[in-house]
Ligand binder design. Structure first.
Ligand SMILES: C[S@@+](CC[C@H](N)C(=O)[O-])C[C@H]1O[C@@H](n2cnc3c(N)ncnc32)[C@H](O)[C@@H]1O
Length: 184
């Protein structure tokens, strides 16, 4: 296996050329840093696509002896992801759940210390409601693309206001703004 960061750069270049909506490199670094400084060990991701974010998380989660559960409903992405996870040895710590997150979330029984939401934008309110109780107190939820696609998630913003859940919107870079919620 070549250097993991070189591997990521090549993957990213391919996906940019093919218009696949991964997190940006700046955002990927931000997410890795959060996992690192919090020593997160049990991460839940909604929306793996071509696994760029997942591999970024895995780099740090592996150092923390942790694991990742990621949910994705595209069989094509999952097939390619499996091959690449094996190449990086991250398959040992990544549990891929194939299907609609709206169906899978209710049957997950664990609690997580880091939740990353990057699936269908118009379902953010539903994803949030289905994951909030699964987040440990004092830990972090990040929701991606919250400005670019704000028009698709008005109900989610309204829900946060109604429930008095405090959040920060972080301009990670011009293309990728996130909401960060640290659970009380
Ligand atoms: C923006 S892409 C994820 C990008 C990935 N996080 C990255 O940065 O490399 C969104 C992905 O979420 C998946 N998705 C959308 N809604 C979903 C749902 N309800 N259940 C499972 N996967 C979903 C799509 O198939 C797509 O691959």
């Amino acid at each position: 296996m070549q250097n993991i960061y070189q591997f990521l750069k090549e993957l990213k270049a391919y996906w940019v050329a093919n218009d696949i909506p991964n997190v940006t490199e700046t955002n990927a670094k931000f997410l890795r840093d959060l996992v690192k400084i919090k020593w997160a060990k049990n991460l839940l991701e909604l929306g793996m696509a071509n696994w760029y974010s997942t591999i970024n998380f895995a780099i740090e989660i592996a150092k923390n002896w942790g694991k990742i559960t990621t949910i994705e409903f595209s069989p094509d992405s999952i097939a390619k992801a499996k091959a690449n996870f094996e190449a990086t040895w991250f398959d040992k710590i990544i549990d891929i759940r194939c299907g609609n997150a709206l169906d899978i979330l209710p049957i997950l029984e664990e609690k997580y210390d880091f939740i990353f939401i990057d699936a269908m934008k118009k379902r953010y309110k539903d994803f949030f409601i289905l994951t909030w109780d699964k987040l440990e107190s004092g830990w972090i939820m990040i929701l991606d693309d919250v400005i670019k696609f704000k028009h698709k998630m008005e109900s989610f913003y309204e829900y946060l206001e109604e429930t008095w859940i405090r959040y920060n919107i972080l301009p990670i870079d011009e293309d990728d703004w996130v909401i960060m919620i640290v659970k009380d």
